[in-house]
Design a binder for this molecule. Structure first.
Ligand code: SAM
Length: 279
């Protein structure tokens, strides 16, 4: 394991202005690879091949995906049950699976409102499953690129009241945004739109959590097989996203270490996560 800074990758990520993600089954997509890792059926041969190739040098990839999904459940539960949050903006929704944000939040607070955002056409095709809200609450789905913060905030404000606290969740998405698209400015713009007392939850691929061979492979040949190449960031780089917030205990930790439930499966992920409360 090394704590060196990640190398700058000229081809990393999918830089550029916000754009619709093409529906192309010949190239692996993050949403469909994640679906495969979680045991879902909404994935294609290219997604499965990229995952199988990755598992050879990064066998903890499956544990990382499952632990990330479990973090989503615990963070949303904390936000609804302990922090009293009733509004959620879930950016980078993923293909619906067990324990989607509105289901977790509305099990605690049926009146919770959730706006989902993703730019993958496969997620859009399944968005109906996300619109099955409780009667007291509401959900909405925005087909948009995270980099298009203007569209996201304008559309989300139709369901969410931005004068009251909102939990913004960006789980396993920011590593698809390269530095050249300034992910720090994107997060800051979204957090500027919500009042103090709002929350920011992030999980992110962690560079120094990989061993050197996995670092070489994930940043090298493997990344060319995936539409949105992963940018692994260090703990320090992930911490910068939380500027202007106070971190909820235990701070920035691996996803499986954030307030684990008793009896959680053992394992070691390569993902950092944290929850911060806007000052
Ligand atoms: C690995 S999945 C994570 C799903 C969910 N947040 C979770 O943690 O369980 C990442 C999702 O982010 C979406 N995504 C990646 N880059 C995006 C972008 N620039 N704009 C909108 N969505 C994006 C992908 O399409 C995918 O559905």
């Amino acid at each position: 394991m090394t704590t060196d800074q990640p190398p700058v990758h000229s081809g990393a990520g999918t830089p550029g202005s916000a754009r619709p993600l093409p529906f192309d089954t010949s190239v692996a997509h993050q949403a469909r690879m994640y679906d495969y890792l979680l045991g879902g059926k909404d994935n294609y041969a290219a997604d499965r091949a990229a995952v199988e190739a990755g598992l050879k040098f990064f066998p903890d990839m499956e544990f990382t995906a499952r632990a990330n999904r479990a973090f989503l459940g615990r963070a949303v539960r904390y936000l609804a049950a302990e922090a009293g949050i009733r509004q959620f903006l879930d950016i980078g929704t993923g293909i619906p699976t067990a324990g989607n944000t509105h289901q977790v939040a509305q099990a605690i607070a049926p009146e919770a409102r959730v706006v989902y955002v993703d730019y993958d056409p496969v997620v859009l095709a399944h968005a109906r499953a996300l619109l099955t809200s409780s009667e007291e609450g509401a959900t909405d789905y925005i087909d948009a690129d995270l980099r298009d913060t203007g569209t996201i905030l304008a559309q989300a404000s139709q369901l969410l009241d931005f004068t009251r606290p909102v939990a913004v969740t960006m789980l396993a998405i920011l590593h698809a945004i390269p530095d050249s698209d300034d992910p720090y400015a994107i997060v800051a713009k979204v957090m500027d739109a919500v009042p103090p007392g709002s929350y920011l939850a992030i999980s992110h691929a962690g560079y120094e959590l990989l061993d050197p061979e996995a670092q070489r492979n994930l940043l090298g040949t493997w990344s060319g097989k995936v539409e949105q190449q992963l940018i692994y960031r260090t703990r320090e780089q992930v911490a910068r996203f939380f500027d202007g917030t106070e971190l909820v205990e235990p701070g920035i930790v691996r996803v499986e270490e954030w307030r684990p439930d008793p009896g959680s499966p053992p394992g070691r992920s390569a993902g950092w996560c944290a929850l911060g409360r806007k000052r």
